[in-house]
Design a protein around this ligand. Sequence first.
Ligand SMILES: [Zn+2]
Length: 294
Amino acid sequence: MLQTIEIVGATAGPKLLITGGVHGDEYEPMVACRKLAEMLKPEALRGAVTVVPCVNVAAFERGMRTADDGLDLARTCPGKVDGRPTERVAHALSELIRAADYYIDLHTGGVAYELFPLAGYTLHRDPQILEAQRRMARAFNLPLVWGTSPNLDGRSLSVARDAGVPAIYAEYGGGSVCSAAGTAAYVDGCLNVLAEFGMLERVPPQNGVLYVKEDPRDGSGHLQLGHPAPRTGIFEACVALGDRVTQGDRLGTVTDVTGAAATDITANASGVLIMLPGLPRVVKDQATAMIVEV
Ligand SMILES: [Zn+2]
C-alpha cells in the first residue's frame, strides 16, 4: 500500500530505508526522497536503498499533518493490518522498517512548527545499535545531533528500536515552505550516511555538526512540549532558531488580539533554541519554544 522506489546496487550490501511524508504537511522530505531516487545509480551502489517519498498520502492530499481519521502516524506505529486508515499505513510502514538494516525518517516542523536542523536517535539499550545510530546521526551532518529517551512509543523509530534496526530521524525547518536549503541538506545527509556504511563513494563533507547532546531523561525528544502559550493569541518572538539563550531570557510575548492581555514567554532552560511556532497565531497551551541544553 506504500509507494516505494527501490534502487538495488550492482554489488551486495546493506539495505537502507528512507522515508518522507510520515506527516502530510512536511515537504522537504518528500522532495529530497524523490531527488535521491533519481540520483542513486545501481552501478555506483553497494546494497539497496528503498525510498518512500510520501508515507502518508492521505494526509498529504489534505495538506495536513494527519489523514481524515485524525490519527498521528507518528503516534500510531506499529499499527494494525485491519485497522483505521492511518493504522493500516502504520502497519505497512512498520513492515518496511523491520525488513531494513538501517532506517532514516525525514521530517520538518510541518505547518505548526519550525525546527533547527537536527538528526536524532533513541538512546538504545543495545550498545551496538546505539553506536550505529550515533554514526548515522553524525554522518548526516546537521548542526544538532540529539540522542533522547528510548521510551517514546508509537513512532517509526519505536518500531526500529523494537526490531533492532539502527535508525535516525531528521528535522529541518517547517512552516508553509519547501526550502531549497532543507531539501539539499536532506539529500546530502542521506548520501553521507550511505557513504558512512560504504554503500557509495563520496568525498567527506566539511563538518557541519555544532552540538552533540544525549539526554536520557524520560520524555526527552518530545518536541511538542515546553513554554505553553497562556492564551490563544499572537506570539511575537524576539529570538531565532539556533540562538543561544539563558534561563530567564525573554523569548517573546503572547498577546491576545485586542492587546488586553500580554504575557512574556521566558526561557525555562539555558541552551540552543530549536523550535518556534510556524504560524504567528498560537492556541492556548500550544508549545511556543523548545530549548536543548547543550
Ligand atoms: Zn513530522
